[in-house]
Write a protein that binds this ligand. Structure first.
Ligand code: AMP
Ligand code: MG
Length: 329
């Protein structure tokens, strides 16, 4: 077994030299680079093949470090950080500019920066050891399913350009909630593991939810790249279907093999392959991306996903990812 403390020191050293380190968080693996090193941040975009219009989330060890990347740390931000950090809530605020400002590339040239404090011992140890904020988009080539294990990261980046800190499987499984505090009213840009009601309870005010992508009137500038209609998608064409329809759906698919993500165990007729999903939202979220990758690996013609419930904030966030994963190419 390798020495974890040694790995963290080595990773921090690489980061100081402008190199890239993938690290585990409680949501998905992040691709880390020194947020104040423009060249290192550019390398993140290059390695991921990320469109230059997609800003990056900055990871901080806590509010103290977060202050370094924002223009002003507000009362709302402070209240939310106290309630949810470390944890899967990303806060968007005007970015710091000027002499100690954040390189514009971090925010894709935009005026606001997204920052969060990950709830994972390895991520926190890395941030403390490095001593500064790290950009940390998901550690996968742009447009592929987010990585929730070190093996997923290595599959996406097999070369030496990314050092991977091994923290096992991520327990959250889907990405953080992204909340903008840059406008008049707090606004959820991307639903995630923290729900609107929990945020409203802490702030004591109403929280808006960004328009659904692809909906009428949603033609304006991208508020958040996580709002892309198609995102988080497997390579195999994927479709959502209702449980009541599934015998018919499977019948339509005769002759070609479908991977079927069922809610709980169900019998699926050959040649189709069942991939049973957990019925608890927490477990479903944690398993989703790994199962989508399994479905891809089966070489099936289609991935059919049984529509899960919508009766909690977490199921809503899961539903959001599933809609994007199944959106038309
Ligand atoms: P990922 O692809 O996992 O890196 O996701 C990063 C997400 O963070 C994006 O998809 C956005 O939803 C969000 N994000 C990052 N920076 C900003 C920003 N400055 N303003 C709004 N959303 C942001
Ligand atoms: Mg991503």
């Amino acid at each position: 077994m390798k020495d974890a403390a040694h790995d963290i020191r080595h990773a921090a050293d690489l980061l100081r030299r402008g190199r890239l380190v993938a690290f585990p968080t409680e949501t998905v693996y992040g691709l880390g680079a020194d947020a104040f090193n423009e060249g290192a941040v550019r390398a993140v975009y290059e390695v991921k093949g990320r469109p230059p219009v997609n800003p990056l989330i900055v990871h901080a060890s806590g509010p103290e470090m977060a202050r370094r990347v924002v223009a002003e740390w507000t009362d709302r931000a402070d209240a939310l950080a106290r309630a949810f950090w470390p944890g899967p809530l990303t806060i968007v605020l005007p970015r710091r500019t000027g002499r100690n400002g954040l390189p514009p590339i971090v925010t894709a040239g935009g005026p606001n920066v997204a920052v969060r404090c990950p709830d994972h011992p390895v991520a926190l140890a890395l941030l403390f050891e490095f001593g500064g904020p790290l950009v940390g988009p998901s550690a996968n080539p742009s447009g592929t399913v987010s990585p929730t294990t070190p093996e997923h990261v290595r599959a996406g980046f097999p070369g030496p350009e990314v050092f991977v800190l091994d923290g096992g499987a991520c327990r959250g499984g889907i990405e953080s909630t992204v909340l903008s505090l840059a406008g008049d009213a707090p606004r959820i840009l991307r639903p995630g593991l923290v729900g609107a009601a929990e945020i409203e309870r802490v702030l004591g005010e109403r929280v808006e939810t960004a328009a659904v992508p692809g909906a009428a009137g949603h033609g304006g500038a991208m508020e958040s790249p996580g709002l892309l209609a198609r995102h988080y998608a497997p390579r195999t064409p994927a479709h959502l279907f209702d449980a009541a329809d599934w015998p018919r759906v499977l019948d339509d698919d005769r002759g070609s093999r479908a991977a079927v993500l069922t809610l709980g165990p169900r019998d699926v007729p050959a040649p189709h392959v069942a991939i049973p999903m957990p019925r608890r939202a927490e477990d479903y979220a944690a398993a989703l991306y790994a199962r989508l990758r399994e479905a891809d690996a089966l070489g099936a013609a289609r991935v059919l996903i049984e529509r899960p419930p919508t009766d909690s904030a977490l199921w809503e966030a899961i539903g959001d990812r599933l809609r994007r994963a199944t959106a038309e190419r």
